[in-house]
Each structure stands twice: as structure tokens, then as C-alpha cells.
Ligand binder design. Structure first.
Ligand code: SF4
Length: 137
């Protein structure tokens, strides 16, 4: 069972109200059993929503509001689903403060990225789940 960032499958759960639909992801998943999830929606954030970036140990939106609690809740809910379904692999959207696996925005809202991972990706990894990004396909 593979857990997948729902936006990669055409679900309009992205901050903009759109998706990150990926043909490469669809091809990779052909014939496999998978479950789409969006941690930010599961954490209670609306769609569309302001963009968020990780700043130190917090997650802050573009208006300066602290959304850490919703991001942590979303990661916990995704882990709950992963454990319920015996997920052993996750395919997540690179760059997101929730789903990013290797790179995240640098917290300045300038479009620059740095090495790092989102809260959900980190929490899944800590539970022994193999995490990879759409850019690694
Ligand atoms: S939280 Fe993850 S699944 Fe949801 S829109 Fe962002 S990258 Fe996609």
C-alpha cells in the first residue's frame, strides 16, 4: 500500500485550490494499491488557503499567522491512516511544508528553497516508512 499526496493525483487540495496533477505519478501507480491524502486539509486548513513556509520550528503563513498546530495535526492524521492501512511507502509532493521530502521553501516567502523536509514527510520517515518525492520518479 502506497500513501500519495492527493494533489499529485489531480485532487484540488493545493493552497491555490488547484492540483499538482502528475502523469509520471499516475504511471508509477498503475497496477499498485494506493491511498491519496492531503495532510493540510486533514489538519483542518481551508482550501484555498494562504501559502505557508517552515520558519525555524514553526510553520507560518504569508500573513505571519502561526499554523504549526494544523500542520502537526495533519501529519498525525496521515500517520494514523498509514498505520491503519499498513502503508510501507509514501510518494509525496516535493517542496511542500507538509509533503516535501528533500527540499522546502526557506521561510522568507521569496521562492528560494533549501534542503529540508515537510512535517508529514518527517513524521512518516520517523515511523520507518520509505518516503520519496514525485521528483525522484
Ligand atoms: S499538503 Fe501535500 S497533499 Fe496537500 S496540497 Fe500540499 S503537497 Fe499536496
Amino acid at each position: 500500500m502506497i500513501l500519495v499526496s492527493a494533489c499529485l493525483l489531480g485532487v484540488d487540495c493545493k493552497y491555490s485550490g488547484k492540483s499538482n496533477d502528475s502523469e509520471a505519478v499516475r504511471d508509477y501507480l498503475k497496477g499498485k494499491i494506493f491511498v491519496p491524502v492531503c495532510p493540510e486539509q486533514l489538519g483542518g486548513l481551508p482550501t484555498p488557503r494562504p501559502t505557508c513556509e517552515i520558519v525555524g520550528d514553526r510553520v507560518i503563513n504569508e500573513h505571519g499567522e502561526d499554523c504549526t498546530m494544523q500542520f502537526v495535526k495533519g501529519a498525525e492524521e496521515v500517520v494514523k491512516i498509514a498505520e491503519l492501512l499498513n502503508v510501507n511507502e509514501a510518494l509525496l509532493k516535493e517542496g511542500s511544508p507538509s509533503c516535501g521530502c528533500n527540499r522546502i521553501y526557506d521561510g522568507t516567502f521569496s521562492g528560494s528553497k533549501i534542503a529540508g523536509a515537510g512535517l508529514t514527510a518527517k513524521m512518516l520517515k520517523s515511523r520507518g516508512i520509505l518516503v520519496m518525492s514525485d521528483e525522484e520518479l
